[in-house]
Design a protein around this ligand. Sequence first.
Ligand code: G3I
Length: 363
Amino acid sequence: MTVTKAYLVAALAAATLIVPATHPAEAHGRQQTLRQAAPHHLRVGTAAAGGGHHLDQPYPDPFTYDQPYRRVLAQEFSSVSPENQMKWEFIHPERNKYNFGPADAIVRFARRNGQVVRGHTLLWHSQNPAWLQEGQFTPAQLRSILRNHIFTVVGHYRGQIQQWDVANEILDENGQYRQENPFIKALGPGIVADAFRWAHQADPHAQLFLNDYGVEWPGAKVDAYEALARQLLADGVPLHGFAAQAHLSMQYGAPDQLQSVLQRFDNLGLQTAITELDVRMTLPAGGVPTQEQLQTQATYYTTVLKACLAVRGCNSFTIWGFTDKYSWVPVFFPTEGAATVMWDDFERKPAYYALRATLAAAR
Ligand code: G3I
């Protein structure tokens, strides 16, 4: 398997000459990592694997137990996003009980390794605990529950979170507020502004973001987010950024309009960010991607990175995991996979080298 992958990587780079297998700095004996290659204004991040789908897998918690994984996480990245460990069901499992331990460990790790942390997330329709999802609460109680959660969690990490995904996936593909979100359903869209205000009061230094998928191309959803951002800013709400998750699948085409989308939010004076990039593909029989697929994947990754680099206020570029070993993709899309920049054994794919070369060229 390893030989096959190594062969594929080398053959691809040699055949195409588009994606260099080694960075020029390596030719002089100086190995560079993604964070070393990046321009100073840009944080390069990854999700820290744990919780969620990992709980059903036959391995222990990746962030806590996989030492080679932790080494790569520290060396390659300057920003870390808890994949599941700050979500409601994980950090607030019972109404009167918080579980900060796993997220605290990530924040400590980040501090030791000179990394910032992106907090994820405070207002979402998914991964809410049963006590909240199934509880019978009045609107006033729900409002108080959300307020207390935000003050407790954001307050707990006050001064230690660079950016918070305050509102995650609050609009559907038509730009309508998601009624699956229990707070929006009971309290109306005005609760979004309150969530931002509370988060800002709890940590005035954290940059507060809207975050969603399906906003990589223009359309109704992007239009609705732009209208929402304009309204929040006009109302003096502490909104600081707009983020595109960028979970891409090669069957839906290249993200070649992302720069123009980010620019629309930059024009409003907001920061922008890429927060969850991965590029999945339909795997051939045998499960090993073709050279062409790996090349296309590398191009998608760099198209997203270049979009961010081209927009002045895009200061954070995060991939949703760096190794296929722990990717959420095969769990959700059984015929797709190979979505990250490294194989299971951390061997780098063309996408990794393409990202590094693009970062280095932008310094
Ligand atoms: O809650 C159920 C539980 O009741 C059930 O017994 C169990 C059986 O499999 O599943 C549990 O749900 C799991 C959930 O995490 C909560 O733990 C799902 O199977 C599992 O697939 C899910 O995975 C996480 C997913 O978010 C949930 O939406 C992934 O680990 C995580 O990578 C993923 O991350 C999200 C971002 O936060 C937001 N943007 C999209 C991105 C990818 O989906």
